[in-house]
Design a protein around this ligand. Structure first.
Ligand SMILES: Cc1cc2nc3c(=O)[nH]c(=O)nc-3n(C[C@H](O)[C@H](O)[C@H](O)COP(=O)(O)OP(=O)(O)OC[C@H]3O[C@@H](n4cnc5c(N)ncnc54)[C@H](O)[C@@H]3O)c2cc1C
Length: 412
């Protein structure tokens, strides 16, 4: 597997060493599992999740005072990218439990941070973020799962769907309705920590999907699940801000990194297929019309790397970059899918054969469209930055907590 080249400013030799480390892990531990994961879509890949957890990788952005790597968002992107290049499912596992860390770092109480962040850093505790519901989907404020007070406890009823790492997370970070939209407006939602073994919580049977075999993004059902007040994240009514900020600061870059890793693998597949397929006195790679398509794919891939690395580089520097994070997620998916389609056509009938990896990459990349906002959602958010009131810049407000380069960065 070739070492990638960098385009983002300020990439130092330390990042090169990190990428080499991630690539070596991907080659030794991820790639050999791919065939088994592909051939058992009904299974959830727990061992690899635990192995990545043991590396401390789920604590990539957790400050050192909580035993985290404190390596920053660019390092996290490179990590997810390397692993996703070997397996989109493994990359999805790696990103899904890092996404909710944002909730704890940015909104958790001192007690929650002191308790949970070291457990996440050591790999002993994996999280999930549970926001989406079957009926309301991307309309987060329309959610119907409720949490009501009962003495000093809260009782949660309802269900969540498509929850990344649903089957391996030890704690689910659940956003639920605590007031009606009429009375509380955008303060109607609240975030909670729900341990996986709470009475009344059911993780429904794993259903295989089109791709990402081994990754679980399943359904959680809450039937009178009782949790204590200490499990509220932030203030009652903070739920929408917590969900949105986590999606911008962690969800968008994490999904961009998964798309980017799969895109790199698609590029490698297409180039090596053309170079290896004999035609006339040479190979298909000699034909100008096919070289032109490879050139177009390479152009998209290079632009995707720039977008992904630049956005998290800005985040690491505490700069305002919500637009860059949104655009990077949007175009990294869109252009990876376009390259995937090119690669499928360049493979001819071989594209459809399960003994060729391309069909897996093509299926896997379809899964990065919806999470952390569909294309429509990204374009709406980008339009808001041009029209009317500028939206809240979560990067400006919160990035200092995980920034590598601001004085407050270890003071999360
Ligand atoms: C692999 C994967 C992992 C995921 N992980 C998680 C997770 O960890 N936690 C979690 O909570 N969720 C997760 N999700 C769910 C994801 O966040 C949702 O799929 C997403 O919010 C969209 O919801 P939906 O699929 O119900 O689509 P819908 O909201 O029903 O949308 C369907 C279509 O209508 C469009 N649309 C909807 N509303 C509007 C509007 N107002 N204006 C214009 N167009 C609109 C959408 O863009 C889309 O094209 C995951 C999904 C996938 C595929």
């Amino acid at each position: 597997m070739p070492t990638m080249s960098f385009t983002t400013p300020d990439l130092t030799p330390d990042y090169d060493a990190l990428v080499q480390h991630f690539d070596e892990f991907a080659a030794a531990e991820v790639a050999p599992r791919v065939q088994r994961m592909e051939s058992s879509p009904h299974s959830v890949e727990r061992d690899l999740a635990l192995l990545m957890a043991e590396q401390g990788w789920f604590g990539a952005t957790i400050p050192r005072q909580y035993a985290g790597m404190h390596a920053g968002h660019l390092a996290k992107t490179l990590m997810i990218q390397s692993v996703s290049r070997a397996s989109g499912a493994a990359g999805a596992i790696l990103q899904a439990s890092q996404l909710p860390i944002s909730m704890i770092i940015h909104f958790g109480s001192d007690e929650q941070k002191a308790l949970l962040l070291p457990q996440i850093s050591s790999g002993d505790t994996l999280l999930s973020i549970a926001v989406t519901e079957e009926e309301t989907g991307s309309h987060v404020l329309g959610m119907e799962t409720t949490a009501r007070r009962d003495g000093s406890d809260w009782i949660i009823d309802g269900s969540k769907v498509h929850i990344g790492n649903s089957h391996i997370a030890h704690i689910h970070c659940v956003v639920a309705r605590t007031a009606s939209a009429e009375t509380a407006g955008s303060r109607a939602l609240t975030a909670f920590l729900v341990e996986h073994d709470r009475d009344g919580l059911t993780v429904e049977r794993h259903q295989p999907a089109l791709g990402l075999h081994g990754f679980s993004f399943g359904k959680l059902t809450f039937d009178g699940v009782r949790i204590p007040e200490a499990n509220v994240i932030g203030e009652v009514g903070d739920g929408k801000d917590i969900a949105y900020s986590s999606s911008i600061l962690y969800g968008r870059p994490n999904l961009a990194a998964v798309s980017l890793g799969i895109h790199e693998a698609i590029m490698e597949c297409a180039a090596s297929f053309l170079e290896g397929r004999r035609r006339y006195n040479g190979t298909l790679a000699d034909l100008p019309v096919l070289r032109d398509r490879i050139g177009a794919m390479k152009s998209r891939l290079m632009a995707c790397r720039e977008l992904a690395h630049q956005a998290v580089h800005m985040l690491d520097h505490g700069q305002s970059c919500d637009g860059e994070l949104i655009n990077s997620k949007y175009l990294n998916h869109k252009w990876a899918v376009e390259s995937g389609q090119d690669a499928m056509e360049l493979h001819g009938a071989h594209a459809l054969r399960t003994d060729y990896p391309l069909q897996r990459l093509w299926r896997d990349v379809q899964h990065t469209y919806s999470p952390a906002g569909t294309g429509e959602v990204q374009r709406q958010r980008l339009a808001e930055t041009e029209l009317g009131e500028p939206p809240v810049q979560w990067s400006e407000r919160l990035a200092a907590k995980t920034s590598l380069f601001l004085p407050t960065s270890t003071d999360a």
